[in-house]
Every structure is written in structure tokens, then in C-alpha cells.
Design a protein around this ligand. Structure first.
Ligand code: NAD
Ligand code: IPM
Ligand code: MN
Length: 358
């Protein structure tokens, strides 16, 4: 099977983790006999420097013409003050690809609870998924204005936008532990009142799925105080952004979390949830696991290669079990490794498992 993948390394640690992802993808190709054609394109701050725009036309065209897109991260202090920011490119790409459903799994590996700075007994067994609305809400709604005296952002959602993301969450919950937690601020916001109404409507079509509504402030607390009470958490764009970074602490680090952004029929966009981490860029400290697990999500969701996805996840698990740690997850024991060494360990196990599997 030949697949075409657009690769956007971006800025900061983006290129470092993308390099690792491509090495692991190469391992998948070797082990399972697939062919992956990768086409690298400039994106984000790097594209502003080269072409004056964070998302050049050729980059967007390559993404739209591909079977999937792998993205590192964008942004950095260099572009913070400019008229155009790298993050605008990311939002434009998500919108152009219509990837409205951002799936962010939070998985605490059995036996690896101690990676989290939280108490092990709290995080043990946590295994849930955020379904974050990604192409609407306050990130995109108009008017968005600014003058000397005032700045305006608008939060608006249509019934249709809410329905499609909520349905995604219920479909996912149906194949998991059949519970949906919907997070909103329905005690204050009109958009949240509509959100809750839509959830109630959709829930009627899924009688086997339990529904729970939480206000976002309490949801933030529950995320770290009782994370095993969640299965699928569905929420709007900004709440999902904030809660998923918070939840990454359960897994040990922001560097551990992958994501898939999905549209109805087009290519999926796969990226770790972390940013360009300017504080550690170029130092070999970046944890490549969130990016590598995003490759696994691409194999599963876009290419329907379940066995291959599981092989990547297993190689990550075994590498962690063997004690290899990047700085962000390094505790009292284990072997401290660089990004490159971590990738090599994962890549090696990917290939080694194939020889011992028969
Ligand atoms: P960040 O996610 O880049 O970093 C937050 C903290 O987590 C930093 O201490 C960083 O070193 C650490 N960290 C992040 N990823 C890591 C990894 N893989 N391994 C080890 N440590 C890791 O968030 P920030 O500092 O708030 O933002 C920096 C820039 O990234 C900003 O310009 C922001 O807009 C951008 N950003 C981009 C994306 C994206 O491209 N999807 C996501 C978030 C932030
Ligand atoms: C993320 C990031 C982006 C977001 C930024 C960089 C625009 O934080 O992917 O979580 O807020 O969606
Ligand atoms: Mn974020």
C-alpha cells in the first residue's frame, strides 16, 4: 500500500520530533512492507521567514493532495511581535482542511504511573479521550477586532457545528466504555446553553451511552482529582485546548500526548499537542513520544493500519518500560537520553518485535 504524507516540521522542536517520527515511520515501512511517500513543506515561522506567509500556497496544496498530514509545531519568540504569526498558519490549515474533530487521547500506561508528578494511585488506570471542537468557537468567530481602546473576540457556535462534534464523541464512546462527559459553561454562556441542548438531543440516539454534563471549572479539577471517571470528554475549542494541556500531566509530560484532527472525508492532520518549546529547542531534550504516537494515530485513523499502529504504541511502551527517559519524564531512576537516542530505542524495538513475534 502506497500512501502520500505531507510533512510540516515547523519551528522550534518541531523539526526535531518530526525527524524522529519519520524514522519510526520508516521502521513501519520496513517491517510491514508498506511504502510511504513523504513530501516536506515549509510552514509556520519558517515559512514567514522564507516566503512572508506562515502557510504558502504550495504547502496547503500538498496537504490537500495528500492522504494525511504530519505536523511538528509552530511558533516562537522570534515571530511574537510581527503582524503575521505562525499560529495563524496553523489555524488557517485546520480550517482549510475542515478538521473539526480533534481527538486527544490521555493514556496512563500500566506500570508507568510514576512518570506523572501526581500521586500514582490517582492517575493509575486513567484512559480517556478528549474530543475537542477545532474549527469554530472563539478562535474563529467574527467580529474579531482591535483598536487602541478596545479588543473584541466573539464566541459563536451553530447547532450544526455542535451536532457534528458531539456525534463524533458519541460514536467514539460507543466503541469504548460508553460514557460521554460534556464540558461547558452553561451557567453563564449562551453558546454553552445551546451546546448542552444539542448534547441532550444527540444523547437520545445513543441509549447505551451514559451522559454527564460538567461545568468547565469543575472539569478542570476533576481532570486531576478523579481522571478515571472519564471515558470520552467532548468540549468546545478553547476549553479543550486548556484541559488537554492540563491532562497531559497525568501521562508524565506535555511531550507525551498525540492528537488526530479529523474531517468528514478529507485527509487527517496529526500533531503532538505541545508547542515549539523554544526553551529547549536545539538542546536534544525534546520528548519525541507525542509526535511518534501521532504517527500511530495516523496509521490507525487515516490508513486503517491497526496492527501497525499497535506496533508503534508497543515499541513506545517497551522503551519506557526499559527505563529510557527524556529530561521531562526523568525521575529518580532510569536512563536519561536525548531525543535522538529515544527515537533510536523506539525504532529498534519496532524492528526487533517483528523478529521475535513469530
Ligand atoms: P509549549 O508546549 O511549546 O511548551 C510548554 C512547556 O512544555 C515548555 O517548558 C516546554 O519545554 C515543554 N515541552 C513542550 N513540548 C515538549 C516536549 N516534546 N518534550 C519536552 N518538553 C516539552 O508551549 P508554550 O511555551 O506556551 O508555547 C511556545 C510556542 O509554541 C508558542 O509560540 C505557541 O504559540 C506555540 N504552540 C504551538 C502549538 C502547535 O504548533 N500545535 C501548540 C502549542 C503552542
Ligand atoms: C494547540 C495549540 C494551538 C491551539 C495554538 C498554537 C494556536 O495550543 O494545538 O493546542 O490553541 O489550538
Ligand atoms: Mn494547546
Amino acid at each position: 500500500m502506497k500512501k502520500r504524507i505531507a510533512v510540516l516540521p515547523g519551528d522550534g522542536i518541531g523539526p526535531e520530533v518530526i525527524k524522529g517520527a519519520l524514522q519510526v515511520l520508516d521502521g513501519v515501512a520496513t517491517r510491514f512492507g508498506h511504502e510511504f511517500e513523504t513530501i516536506e513543506q515549509v510552514f509556520g515561522g519558517a515559512a514567514i521567514d522564507q516566503e512572508g506567509t506562515p502557510i504558502p500556497e504550495a504547502t496547503l496544496k500538498t496537504c490537500n493532495d495528500s492522504d494525511a498530514v504530519l505536523l511538528g509545531a509552530v511558533g516562537g519568540p522570534k515571530w511574537d511581535k510581527g503582524d503575521v504569526r505562525p499560529e495563524q498558519g496553523l489555524l488557517a490549515l485546520r480550517k482549510a482542511m475542515n478538521v473539526y474533530a480533534n481527538v486527544r487521547p490521555v493514556h496512563v500506561y500500566p506500570g508507568l504511573e510514576h512518570l506523572s508528578p501526581l500521586k500514582s494511585n490517582k492517575v493509575k488506570g486513567a484512559d480517556f479521550v478528549f474530543v475537542r471542537e477545532l474549527t469554530g468557537g472563539i478562535y474563529f468567530s467574527e467580529p474579531k477586532e482591535r483598536n487602541e481602546k478596545r479588543a473584541v473576540d466573539t464566541l459563536s457556535y451553530t447547532r450544526e457545528e455542535i451536532t457534528r462534534i458531539v456525534e463524533k464523541a458519541y460514536d467514539l464512546a460507543s466503541s469504548r466504555r460508553r460514557k460521554v462527559t460534556s464540558v461547558d459553561k452553561a451557567n453563564v454562556l449562551e453558546t454553552s446553553k445551546l451546546w448542552r441542548e444539542v448534547v441532550e438531543d444527540v444523547a437520545k440516539k445513543y441509549p447505551n451511552v451514559e451522559t454527564e454534563h460538567l461545568l468547565v471549572d469543575y472539569a478542570a479539577m476533576r481532570t486531576i482529582s478523579n481522571p478515571t471517571s472519564f471515558d470520552v470528554v467532548v468540549t468546545e475549542n478553547m476549553f479543550g485546548d486548556i484541559l488537554s494541556d492540563e491532562a497531559s500531566v497525568l501521562t508524565g509530560s506535555l511531550g507525551m500526548m498525540p492528537s488526530a484532527s479529523l474531517s468528514e472525508n478529507g485527509p487527517g492532520l496529526y500533531e503532538p499537542i505541545h508547542g515549539s518549546a523554544p526553551d529547549i529547542a536545539g538542546s536534544g531534550k525534546a520528548n519525541p513520544i507525542g509526535m511518534i504516537l501521532s504517527v500511530a494515530m495516523m496509521l490507525r485513523h487515516s490508513f486503517k493500519l491497526e496492527k501497525e499502529a499497535e506496533a508503534v504504541e508497543l515499541a513506545v511502551f517497551e522503551t519506557l518500560q526499559a527505563g529510557y527517559r527524556t529530561q521531562d519524564i526523568f525521575g529518580e531512576s532510569g536512563t536519561l537520553v536525548t531525543t535522538k537516542e529515544m527515537v533510536n530505542q523506539i525504532h529498534f524495538r519496532m524492528l526487533e518485535d517483528s523478529t521475535s513475534a513469530t
